[in-house]
Design a protein around this ligand. Structure first.
Ligand SMILES: [Zn+2]
Ligand SMILES: [Zn+2]
Length: 264
């Protein structure tokens, strides 16, 4: 069975289709070159491979090289309660499986929002790991599978040290992951996007189309995150990691956003 993968956003689907709902949605876009499809096999034949780089203490970045679709990288967290893959990429091959096994494999997969669901079921099967998604985004699952588990509410304790939190921005079921070890770290994908100078973050309804998120939702997200302590914040891209003072970055970024909203 060949599962089609959208070349625009990297989402893998259970069956062939003409359109990609994720790309048709206003939070993504259909490329000007049109809707095109590929498959894992085809991507492997094109010479893609894995890119592995340390991104912080106990955190390995795993991306695709050459870059494909959105170009995000996933993060493998090596915690005292096992390994967790945060977010996912639309590609996997035997060499990548071997390297991840060397790092201890994967016990859980958790994903921030539908733009990074990508090839999650391939990863789940390769490592025999459940995928944790928020039930509010259930409609965006392109390839339903028993490995996919839905959580609900504002937060879900994944392990002693790891909590999934639903700030409800960008997508209703968006998730960020809090790791309490050390000074604490927050993993946000682009639900909370890290700016180029690493001194600001931004929260948008649609990044590609520059549509701001509703102010009351940004306010609620800040409230939901207020109880969590973290010094580092890992965004969706290789060069977007805030290595210290991240809690302060988030609060002053939200403050700036709400100041603009009030016209000040
Ligand atoms: Zn797509
Ligand atoms: Zn997104």
């Amino acid at each position: 069975m060949t599962y089609p993968i959208c070349r625009g956003c990297g989402t893998q689907y259970a069956e062939s289709r003409t359109d990609c709902p994720v790309c048709l949605d206003e939070r993504q876009y259909v490329p000007r070159s049109g809707q095109r499809w590929t498959s894992l096999k085809e991507l492997q034949a094109e010479g893609h491979g894995g890119r592995f780089e340390e991104q912080g203490p106990g955190v390995t970045g795993i991306g695709v090289s050459p870059e494909f679709s959105i170009g995000q990288r996933a993060l493998l967290l090596r915690t005292s309660a096992g390994n967790v893959l945060w977010d996912c990429v639309p590609y996997l091959d035997d060499e990548m499986v071997r390297r991840v096994e060397e790092l201890g494999g994967i016990d859980h997969i958790a994903i921030s929002h539908p733009h990074f669901y990508s090839a999650m079921v391939e990863w789940a099967h390769a490592f025999d790991a459940p995928v944790h998604l928020h039930e509010a985004d259930r409609e965006w699952v392109g390839r339903p599978d028993p490995a996919v588990r839905f959580w609900s509410g504002r937060s879900m304790q994944l392990t002693d040290e790891l909590t999934l939190i639903n700030p409800g921005v960008h997508f209703p079921g968006s998730a960020v992951l809090h790791w309490s070890a050390g000074d604490g770290a927050l993993f946000t994908g682009d639900v909370i996007n890290v700016g180029p100078d690493l001194r600001w973050v931004s929260i948008m309804y649609s990044f590609p189309n520059h549509v701001p998120e509703q102010p009351q939702k940004v306010r609620l997200a800040a409230d939901v995150l207020a109880g969590f302590r973290f010094d580092r914040l890992y965004g969706a891209w290789w060069d977007r990691v805030i290595t210290t003072g991240a809690e302060e970055v988030l609060s002053r970024s939200v403050e700036r956003y709400l100041r603009f909203e009030r016209g000040e």
